[in-house]
Structures are given as C-alpha cells and as structure tokens.
Design a protein around this ligand. Structure first.
Ligand code: UN1
Length: 517
C-alpha cells in the first residue's frame, strides 16, 4: 500500500481554483475561458484512480470561435517586431520560473511522473523560452548573389498563421512548450489541443499565458481546446485555417494526422513513437551504462517517447550487465509520485495497464523470458501501478518492433558492433539511440552514415532526457518532424525568396531571350 496524502492533492487543485471533483472549462480564446458546450471529460489521479475534475470541452461552434479568435490574434501578432515577441516569451519563461513548483506538483498529480521529473519538465519550458528569446533576434534569412546584373536575391521568413498543437499526456507542458515558445517568437498564434488525460495541466498553463499576455499586444495569441481526439482533434487536423499542425503521440495517431493534413496540403511536424535502443559494448564503462539504462527504461515509468525499450549487449559483458541491472531494478521504489523517495510512479490510465498486461502476454507467447517484473501491482486500490520489467527477447519476436508505452525492456545479445547497429536499425521507428563504448573508432562508426538511423544518436549518454538546444525528432515511423532548438524554427515560418531589380534592364535568368517587337 502506498501512503497517499489526500489533503496534499486537494491543496494542489486549489491552486487552480478547483475542488476535487469540481468542474472547470477547457475552452479558452481571446484571452478568456469560455463555457464549453461539448461533452464533459473526466480527469483522474493515476495514483489512486480517483476523479480529479470534470472538464468542459468545446462543441463545433465553440471550436469555430476559438479558431477565429486565434486567426484574429495572428493578424495582429504577425506585425509585432520579432524582438518584441521575444520579450513576451521572456515574461512567459519568467512566470513559469516563478510557478515551477506548483506546476510541477500538478503535473505529478495528474500525469503521475515523479516530482523531480515534473520539475525537469517545467524547466524544459523555461529553457525553451530562454532559447526563443535569443532566437527572436536571429530569425535570419540569407542573401545570395544574383546571376543577373543589378539584382538582389535573398530569402526572408514570415509568420505562418495559426499553429495547431496536439500534445500527449507524457510531456503535458514541455513538448507543447517547444511549440509555443518557438511559434510565438516566429509570429504565429496557437490553438492547443492537449491530451484528454492531462487537461488540468494545460488549463493551468493557459492561465499562465493569459496572466502574461492579457492587456498586451499579445492578448489572445493562445487558445485552448481540451477535447477528444475524435471530435476536437479531427476538427483541428481537417481545418484549412490551420496551416501547421505539430502533433506528438503514437505512430497510429501520426499517420492519421499525416494523411488528413497531407490531403489538404497543410504542413505537419510529427513526433511519434520510438523504440529506442542502448547498445553496450564489451569495453564500455558499465557503471555509466547501467545508470543510463535504468533512467532510460524506468524513468517516467517508461512513458517517454525516448524511453529505452531495447538493450543490445555485446556478448562479453552481457551476463554481468544483466545481473547488475536486475539487482538495480530490485531497488527501484515504486509509489506515490509526489513522495520524494519514489523513483517510479503509476502508468497514466487503466488502459495503459491493459496495454502493459497484453504486451507481457504477447511477449511470453512469442518466447520472451522474463528476467525481472512483468506483473501488474496492487499497491494502491484504484492506482495504475506495474513492475518495471526486463525480458530476454529474440530479435525475431514481432512484439519487439512495437512501442509498448510502459516500462518493458527487451535485452538482446550480439557478437559485434555491426550486428548491434543492424538490430538498432531493424525496427520501424527511428527516434533515439545510444552507444556505450570507450572506443573512438566504434563511436565514430556509430555516428557515421552507416551507423544509427535515428534522429538522435548518442555516445555514453542514454536515449532519453535530450536538451532543448538541439532539434528533437526522429525518422521513419517516428514521423520526420523536428521541434525545439537548432533551426527547427524554420518549420514554423513561411519562407519567401525575393528578387529585386534595381537596374533599368530586364535580363532573364538562365540567359533566356524573349524580346517583344
Ligand atoms: C517525449 O517523450 O515526447 O528527451 C519527449 C526527452 C525529453 C522529451 C521527451 N526531453 O526525454
């Protein structure tokens, strides 16, 4: 039985102005929350299974008003100079800084991730805001040399429009935060459809936005539509008023988004499932590798898109490493995510527990040998707890190609780096990957064109916990999108190539002659 503090839960909700089981609107636009006339959505505490609150969602008319408001806000916002937009993002980052602790507690409560990770998640928003402030003075275009005399040729970047953000429960503010911070700096406005499983966190974030932007030139640039994927999500992806959709979630969801947005020739930034592997070579620093694997596989209860799902061990160290890993798993404290001693909280929902159970059945059926865990836990009545699990698997098991969103780690043995790379690349997904070695040649091979085929390839660093400064995303079934740092901002803007003739002749490009009369 976990000790769960009921009073603490009520206190966390009261910072949102909500009583346990109370009702709250999930619809906000033009700087205010409005009544939502769609179905009522219930949100639960994954630690106890208890109802936290009832959330009003939009019907079609509410949704339309939200999109129109976002469009109007965009038309104003796009003419505000980018450094002034950056100033608003700076203030947003500062308010997230001030509110870090209470937002982290709310994340921990509604999502179930441990407090330290929840704090890290808010920090990720703060970091990306800081990044975006600098970016607001660096939305550089290039100037090329024209082949024609007395001509200038250059490109520039303009705001794109309303950005639709569809986010997942597992990073309820950090990943959508990559989108807001960058898109706002780029002069776009936001229409955000968060996960149905974590609506309260998005409502709290919307309040932060309103606190910063209301009464400024940024008023109304954030709109929130909490609603089911089948209605609100579908409305968003089908909507030609939304030129860009940033979507995070399962490969299946992403395929649907790609299909619908592609059909209307909109733009989509997709960040979908991962099936991330850590390779440990015989010469690796095993202490380092062990810590990275435990954090990657057990952290966030295996519910990151970057979670370590496959462990590829070179034969020489495989038995020792597995022994040490099993031992380490034995000391993982599972329980209330709001308790500072807990390392692993619950899964997000009863459905996620079913996914774990079904996944384990399938793994056993296909010949996987459970080395640790594998069971659903009855730690707290109504809570969604499972054991962190290690399985000795065979590469030929079809289930190893799937992303089961739970703390299940498949361990494989290989003879060589070549074999390990082949196995790493043999799954449909291509998000994150890591190699542990002390050998420069092996590391360079891993990062070469014939090495890892993933969007993220690390050396002596685990698969999860990327910094915001790099572009984040993956290849193949992971969707190909990039978010957060580096030059990911370019996807949130409209590129324009301009030619200016400051002479009195009209030379044609490519030497074409076309004389009239
Ligand atoms: C996700 O799980 O969707 O790299 C994103 C990480 C985090 C982001 C994860 N910074 O693990």
């Amino acid at each position: 039985m976990v000790a769960v503090e009921t009073q603490r839960r009520a206190d966390i909700l009261s910072t949102l102005g909500i009583e346990v089981g109370g009702s709250v609107s999930g619809v906000a636009y033009a700087g205010a929350f409005e009544e939502g006339h769609g179905e009522i959505l219930e949100t639960f505490d994954p630690t106890t299974g208890q109802l936290l609150a009832c959330v009003q969602t939009p019907n079609q008319a509410d949704y339309d008003r939200a999109v129109e408001a976002a469009r109007e806000a965009f038309v104003r916002w796009r003419t505000v100079p980018a450094p002034r937009r950056g100033e608003i993002v700076r203030q947003l980052g500062n308010l997230f800084r001030e509110r870090k602790e209470d937002l982290a507690r709310l994340i921990s409560l509604e999502n179930g991730k441990i407090l330290s990770e929840a704090r890290g998640e808010v920090q990720e928003v703060i970091d990306v805001c800081d990044f975006a402030v600098g970016l607001s003075r660096q939305l550089y275009g290039r100037e090329m040399h024209s082949e024609r005399a007395e001509h200038r040729l250059f490109e520039q970047w303009h705001p794109l429009g309303v950005v639709g953000i569809i986010s997942a429960f597992n990073f309820p503010v950090a990943v959508p935060g990559w989108g807001w911070a960058i898109a706002l700096t780029c002069g776009d406005s936001i229409l955000w459809k968060p996960s149905e499983l974590t609506p309260l966190i998005s409502i709290a974030a919307q309040r932060v936005f309103q606190q910063v932007t209301n009464g400024t030139e940024a008023e109304g640039i954030f709109s929130l539509v909490v609603g089911p994927g089948a209605t609100t999500g579908e409305a968003l992806i089908n909507d030609p008023r939304i030129p860009l959709i940033q979507a995070t979630g399962s490969c299946r969801m992403g395929q649907r988004v790609a299909e619908v947005v592609g059909k209307r020739t909109g733009r989509a930034i997709l960040e979908l499932g991962g099936n991330n592997a850590v390779i440990v070579l015989d010469d690796a620093d095993l202490d380092l590798a062990l810590r990275a694997v435990v954090f990657g596989a057990v952290g966030t209860a295996g519910q990151r898109c970057t979670s370590t799902r496959r462990l590829i061990l070179q034969r020489g160290i495989a038995p020792t490493f597995v022994d040490r890993l099993v031992h380490a798993y034995g000391s993982v404290s599972i329980g209330d995510p709001l308790d500072g001693r807990t390392l692993m909280g619950p899964l997000i929902s009863a459905r996620a527990v079913d996914g774990f159970r079904d996944g384990m059945d399938e793994i056993r059926r296909q010949g996987g040998n459970v080395l640790y865990g594998g069971r659903v836990l009855d730690l707290q009545p109504g809570g969604y707890f499972v054991e962190p699990t290690i399985v000795r698997s065979h590469a030929s098991m079809p289930v190893c190609a799937e992303e089961i969103f739970a703390p299940i780690l498949h361990a494989f043995e290989v003879a060589s780096l070549d074999e390990a790379v082949e196995l790493n690349n043999a799954v449909p997904q291509g998000l994150s990957s890591s190699l542990f070695t002390r050998d420069l040649r092996a590391a360079s091979e891993w990062l070469s064109a014939r090495g890892s085929d993933c969007g993220i390839a690390n050396v002596n660093v685990g698969t999860s916990g990327a910094e915001i400064g790099g572009a984040f995303g993956g290849e193949k079934a992971t969707g190909g999108g990039r978010q957060a740092g580096s030059d990911a901002w370019k996807a949130y803007m409209r590129r324009q190539t301009c030619t200016v003739n400051y002479g009195s002749g009209l030379p044609l490009a490519q030497g074409v002659r076309f004389e009239v009369g």
